[in-house]
Structures are given as structure tokens and as C-alpha cells.
Design a protein around this ligand. Structure first.
Ligand code: RIB
Length: 331
């Protein structure tokens, strides 16, 4: 006999062979759930033509109107401007944001993730600087990464780091210097920013010059970075030029050079990286590779919304960089 009664959550749970609590967690997308459990409950819902009520349906479809943004720290102008543009773009499209600063703290990133993955947001946009975090693997949420290599299911938006490395290194070689040092983060970090180093080392070798890469962790405090960069000056007393992997560090190095009586550009050339609007205005003399931050944010939002809609996307989006010609990169 076919019942005319509308199926209830208990019926779904019974058919799926799970508890009502588990069926409810699937419905509300809360907590970790295995693929097997998700499938069993979804199949049971379909078989019974289970229609959740409006509130539950909103949760079921994850229509929270919220997007999580997890970035290292908005105190760095690159990430600050990026988050600013992301928030602007998302707001235009009726989304609000929840922001987590994850720098130096894998546990904090995991904590944000667990909360956000538990049905609190419709999608995530995440940046780099923490090592692989397992929770991302189990996520059913649409995610887009910026500057961070996650896994084959998560599309990545980045600027052309290799070309940026070429532009910076060639700028310095064309200025006539030979002893050029490059600073970059640890190669264990899963980020395409390493391609700046690959480009630097390749161009140096192609020009018969010896590459010297100085590894420094982006996460260090200002005091710690100053100490490390003093060591860099001590280690390379004959250094004629530096290609620095971000503008904040380039400005720390410029301050140390001044303390040490090294005049820029007369005694030392510097090319930075990022070219944020802030740095181009407060330090226009710094020659730097400009990442198209606004376009990166727009594309990341476009892709995320496509993923939320269930549309196909590419796995990698590489945007062009340009060189900001200040006075520190040539004489
Ligand atoms: O300034 C922050 C740096 O970290 C940027 O170069 C960005 O690309 C990231 O890797």
C-alpha cells in the first residue's frame, strides 16, 4: 500500500540505515560525514521524494549568503587589498564575508575551516602560507585558492609568477650588475610563488651568472625578519642587487641598507614584488613586479560562483604581471 503521508526525516534515516541525528547532519551539512553516508542519505531522500521544509531546504542547499575568506594576514598590503576587492566583488553579488587570518597558525586555519565547512558558508576563497590541511580534502564546499596549490579539485588563481621572476631578474641584469641575490619563502610551501625563484635561477644561469637564493619564512615577525636580513647582508658582502619576493620585505631591506650606509640605487639595486596600490603610492621609487590584484579577486569570485552553481571551471587561471619602474632597479 502506498502511503499519502509526506515522508519525514525519520523515514529517510530508517531507509538510509543511519540515525536521525546523522540524517539531520547530512541535511544541514554539519560536521564531517563520509562520502558513503552522504550518498546513502541523499539516495534515501530521492527515493522517498523527501522535501525538507523551507528553513531546512535553505540549509540543505547551503544558501547562507556567506563566503569564507581565509588569508594569511590582512596586515600585509597584498592580502589586505586582495581581501578588500574580494569583499567588494562578493557584496556586489549579494554575498557577505567571514574573514579568518590564518598566518602562523595551522590550528587556527583548521578551526576556521571546521566551523565554515559545517554549513556556515556557501563557499570559500583561501590564500597561502600554511601547509596542507587535511580538512580541505573532506570538504564538499566549493573552494577557490589564490596563490595556493591545494588539490586537483580546487581551482587556483595566480599571477604569472614565472614571468614576474623573469621581468625582475632581467631588469637587474640589464642594469649591468652581476651579483644578484633573490629572497623567497621555503620551497616546502605549496605556492606558485616559487616560480619566481625558478625564473630567477634560470635567467641568471642563462646569462652565465651564479644564482644565490636566500630562503626566509614569510611568517616571521618584523624583528625576526630584520635579524635574518642583517645576516643576508653579512653573508653576501659583495651583493650588488636584490630581487625580493614581496614589497614589505623590500622596504625592510631598504631600511637596513640605509643603516649600513649602502645607497640605493648607487651602491645597491632593489626590485620588489606585489606592487600594491599602497606601495606604489607611499614608495613609488621602489621598482617592483605588479600583481593584478583587482583582476585576481574578480576572477576568483567568478569561479567560485560558477562552482556554487555547479558549472565547470578550469583548474588554473594565470593573470599577467607588469613591471613598475621606480628608481631602485637601475642607475
Ligand atoms: O606579500 C605577500 C606575498 O605572498 C605575495 O607575493 C603573494 O603572492 C604571496 O605569495
Amino acid at each position: 500500500m502506498v502511503s499519502n503521508m509526506k515522508p519525514k526525516l525519520e523515514d529517510v534515516a530508517k531507509l538510509a540505515g543511519v540515525s536521525k541525528t546523522t540524517a539531520s547532519r547530512v541535511l544541514n551539512n554539519r560536521g564531517y560525514l563520509s562520502e558513503k553516508t552522504l550518498k546513502k542519505v541523499h539516495d534515501a531522500m530521492e527515493t522517498l521524494n523527501y522535501q525538507p521544509n523551507a528553513a531546512a531546504r535553505q540549509l540543505f542547499k547551503q544558501e547562507t549568503g556567506l563566503i569564507g575568506l581565509i588569508f594569511p594576514t590582512v596586515s600585509n598590503p597584498f592580502f589586505g587589498e586582495l581581501v578588500n576587492y574580494l569583499e567588494y566583488e562578493l557584496y556586489q553579488r549579494d554575498f557577505k564575508v567571514i574573514i579568518g587570518n590564518s598566518l602562523q597558525d595551522t590550528d587556527k586555519e583548521t578551526d576556521y575551516l571546521n566551523q565554515l565547512l559545517a554549513g556556515q558558508v556557501d563557499g570559500l576563497i583561501v590564500g597561502t602560507h600554511n601547509q596542507g590541511i587535511a580538512e580541505y580534502k573532506y570538504s564538499h564546499l566549493p573552494i577557490v585558492a589564490i596563490d595556493r596549490i591545494m588539490n586537483s579539485d580546487i581551482p587556483i588563481v595566480e599571477s604569472d609568477n614565472y614571468h614576474g621572476g623573469v621581468l625582475a631578474t632581467e631588469r637587474l641584469i640589464n642594469a649591468g650588475v652581476k651579483h644578484i641575490v633573490h629572497t623567497n619563502g621555503p620551497s616546502s610551501l605549496e605556492t606558485p610563488a616559487h616560480r619566481r625563484r625558478v625564473a630567477y635561477e634560470t635567467i641568471m644561469k642563462n646569462n652565465g651568472l651564479e644564482p644565490h637564493t636566500f630562503t626566509i619564512d614569510f611568517k616571521l615577525s618584523f624583528a625576526e625578519k630584520k635579524r635574518r636580513y642583517q645576516q643576508l647582508f653579512d653573508s653576501y658582502p659583495d651583493m650588488e642587487a636584490l630581487f625580493v619576493s614581496n614589497d614589505v620585505d623590500a622596504s625592510i631591506i631598504m631600511a637596513i641598507a640605509k643603516e649600513r650606509g649602502r645607497k640605493i640605487p648607487e651602491d645597491l639595486l632593489i626590485v620588489g614584488y606585489d606592487g600594491t596600490e599602497l606601495m606604489r603610492n607611499v614608495m613609488p621609487q621602489l621598482t617592483t613586479v605588479v600583481q593584478p590584484i583587482e583582476e585576481m579577486a574578480k576572477i576568483a569570485v567568478d569561479i567560485l560562483l560558477k562552482r556554487i552553481a555547479g558549472d565547470k571551471t578550469e583548474s588554473e587561471y594565470i593573470l599577467p604581471v607588469t613591471l613598475w619602474e621606480g628608481t631602485t632597479g637601475h642607475r
